[in-house]
Write a protein that binds this ligand. Sequence first.
Ligand SMILES: NC(=O)c1ccc[n+]([C@@H]2O[C@H](COP(=O)([O-])OP(=O)(O)OC[C@H]3O[C@@H](n4cnc5c(N)ncnc54)[C@H](O)[C@@H]3O)[C@@H](O)[C@H]2O)c1
Length: 269
Amino acid sequence: MSHNLLSGKRGIIFGALDENSIAWRTAERVFEEGGRFVLTNAPIAMRMGQINELAKKTNSEIIPADATSEEDLENLVTKSMEILGGKIDFVLHSIGMSVNVRKGRAYTDEKYDFTTKGWDVSALSFHKVMQTLYNADAMNEWGSIVALTYMAAQRTFPDYNDMADNKAYLESVARSFGYFFGKEKKVRVNTISQSPTPTTAGQGVKGFSGFIAYAEKMSPLGNATADDCANYTVSMFSDLTRKVTMQNLFHDGGFSMTGVSQEIIDQFG
Ligand SMILES: NC(=O)c1ccc[n+]([C@@H]2O[C@H](COP(=O)([O-])OP(=O)(O)OC[C@H]3O[C@@H](n4cnc5c(N)ncnc54)[C@H](O)[C@@H]3O)[C@@H](O)[C@H]2O)c1
């Protein structure tokens, strides 16, 4: 169902890898709501080729960019404005990767080269994206920038490993840059803290299936799906949320505010 919430708006969507990706689902919803955008992902992710399918479906062009490369980001922002015919109204940062997690290193046995790489990809890249947009004066007034995060930034989930620290940094960057983007350009910056979601990145977390089942039982409304997240992101890109900025917005069916649920208590009865 479309309400034309994003009619006339132009954007950049990072991180659609396959149809499970939160960015993929968001791109589909944004398209339904009348938004036009450029899709981007790391050159290595392009080789899998699936993003072409999404581009076709949404009449969008793809510009490869490694989100850790300032040069790639400058090229992305310049070309996106050319392709879309003007400044940008919305940006989705949907990027995460921990080399320590990938290589099976425990949090107490980090290899710091891996830590640094994961932080650059997952957290500092958000600053790089925003600094590129800011310096190019690429955002329209009342534009909206969203990054995706997870509650391990506030509470400990042992298997989330160094991604917890990356998410804490990401959320802090949203607040800090949100101040300058708000003051100077009337652009809002927020993070959406999403439920566990079965995607490539999500399933990389050790014990993910137990974890997502636990979250489902703990959340009064149940876990938020990728499609739910897409809907929420559309609302954050729309003009209906103009004064929401510098927030970390929990989108988790109530998980973050639930101490314990009856279903979990029953398991110990
Ligand atoms: N899946 C979950 O359980 C969950 C929960 C909360 C938050 N998130 C967050 O949602 C976001 C999207 O992840 P997802 O779950 O859709 O998984 P995904 O694996 O589909 O998406 C991650 C994306 O990051 C991209 N990426 C990796 N390195 C990159 C680089 N150097 N430059 C540009 N892009 C790069 C990948 O190619 C991929 O498209 C991430 O920030 C993730 O941490 C996911």
